[in-house]
Design a binder for this molecule. Structure first.
Ligand code: AMP
Length: 442
């Protein structure tokens, strides 16, 4: 099957060739002809399958005819995260280079002013995150009754992130007669119910059973004690031939802690999570893509669907609590036929999460081979972990002394007191590490 068999026009085929693609991926081959027929579509496909082009290409073809009006976009694409929205926008740029379509990106964290200006000029393609779009709609800055094509992308993620009520509100502002394309990586019953609500007489296409790990990714599992994880991670980074890596943490706060710790150990690392403002997110991502950072510590939200070419490694600093997230995380490497490594650090507490991952991917994550963690010479500073600073040792000692029981106090009082050579602190005999030489002499 070739792109020219799908019914796309000459200009689009040229743009696809310029982008370096010659064969459509399975989701593209299945979806594009139906979208061109103006049919509704239910696509079950993960990121990495080429699904974005499966809707951007036929949309450009359909929208090539017709005119736009101020504040009345002709098509709307809803994305769960700002990064995904920006990536879709980039694809319109790539494939629409021989067309004169206008587009606007409405995402949170950036000023309304520029977005208003773009809307006033009139847009053919509006790409938005649900919250920011509703803000504009409520201020009367955008009218959605001219939307002919609606795309709901990453629907399962929208549901996880609690965006579905906003999506339903937005769909309520759209005309009843329209074409709707609905994509989701997984099809739990709630997603199916929503798809039935939004779609009519849809063609269903599905590629790769959802949530399977690509064969181009070699996976490994290593066990570590919780307070040893950062050291093990550093050793892994040194032992593996890391060109660029994403390191996933389960909590935003741990992203910051791990990021600072890696920097302190001289690594060129950036951090990305949902609480950062848009400017910092974009800047960090650009630096990572340009190779200025080798390592990006991130949360699931920030990294979902990130398309960064040739990612050599993914590390799970924490085992994800949702098995789906495991597949999404490791899917950031081993893309487009390239080999990738995905290494997970687990503690003894993680066994039930590891079990559900094994159930989902059909086998347990294999133990990492050929890596031996060095004996624990120096524990990481536990203060790093909690974000608190430790109390000076001297105070701790006096606190312990205060708490000690009466007989223990008596024992200490009876013990001969010697001077600790290093600290000059008086310690009861038997508690100091080094016995001064004169005490050992006969
Ligand atoms: P997506 O699933 O849309 O996130 O796309 C994943 C990656 O596949 C992106 O880097 C696309 O540029 C790339 N891609 C899209 N279509 C093709 C194709 N027909 N052949 C090879 N790579 C493609």
């Amino acid at each position: 099957m070739k792109f020219s068999d799908l019914g796309l026009g000459e200009d689009l085929l040229r743009a696809v060739t310029d982008a370096g693609y010659d064969t459509p991926t399975p989701i593209q081959a299945q979806a594009i002809p139906y979208v061109l027929m103006n049919r509704d579509l239910l696509g079950c496909a993960q990121t990495g399958t080429g699904k974005t082009a499966s809707f951007t290409l036929p949309m450009i073809e359909i929208l090539a005819h017709g005119r736009t009006r101020a504040r009345m976009p002709r098509s709307l694409i809803l994305e769960p995260t700002r990064e995904l929205a920006a990536q879709v926008s980039d694809q319109f740029e790539t494939y629409g280079k021989y067309h004169k379509l206008t587009k606007a990106l409405l995402i949170g964290g950036v000023s309304f002013e520029e977005q208003n200006k773009a809307l006033d000029r009139g847009v053919d393609v509006l790409i938005a995150t649900p919250g920011r779009l509703l803000d504009h709609a409520e201020r009367g800055k955008v009218l959605l009754r001219d939307v002919k094509i609606l795309v709901i992308d990453e629907a399962d993620r929208m549901l996880d992130m609690g965006f579905m009520p906003d999506v339903e509100k937005i769909v309520g502002l759209l005309p009843q007669i329209r074409q709707t394309l609905f994509f989701s990586a997984t099809m739990p019953p709630e997603i199916r119910r929503l798809s039935e609500k939004f779609l009519s007489n849809a063609k269903e296409v599905s590629v790769d059973p959802p949530a399977t790990a690509a064969e181009t990714i070699s996976q490994g599992l290593i066990k570590a004690a919780p307070r040893d994880k950062r050291r093990v991670l550093r050793e892994l980074i040194k032992a593996e031939n890391v060109q660029n890596a994403l390191i996933f943490c389960n909590r935003k706060r741990d992203v910051g802690i791990l990021h600072r710790s890696l920097e302190r150990h001289g690594m060129q690392a950036g951090a990305l999570h949902g609480d950062m403002d848009q400017y910092s997110r974009t800047e960090t991502l650009e630096k990572f893509k340009a190779g200025e950072y080798t390592i990006l510590v991130c949360s699931d939200v920030a990294a979902r669907g990130l398309d960064i070419a040739s990612m050599s490694h993914v590390f799970n600093f924490d085992v994800p609590t949702h098995a789906d997230d495991y597949v999404h995380r490791i899917g950031r490497t081993g893309r487009a036929g390239k080999q990738g490594r995905a290494i997970t650090i687990a503690t003894s507490e993680d066994s039930r999460y590891l079990d559900s991952i094994a159930k989902l991917i059909g086998y347990p994550i294999p133990p990492l081979e050929g890596f031996e963690s060095a004996p624990d010479e120096k524990q990481d500073d536990p203060a790093e972990e909690t974000g608190k600073t430790e109390k000076p040792r001297r105070n701790r000692r006096s606190r312990t002394a205060k708490k000690s029981s009466a007989p223990a106090r008596k024992r200490q009082e009876r013990a001969p007191v010697v001077e600790d050579a290093d600290t000059n602190v008086a310690l009861p005999f038997g508690q100091q590490e080094h016995v001064p030489a004169f005490l050992l002499r006969k």
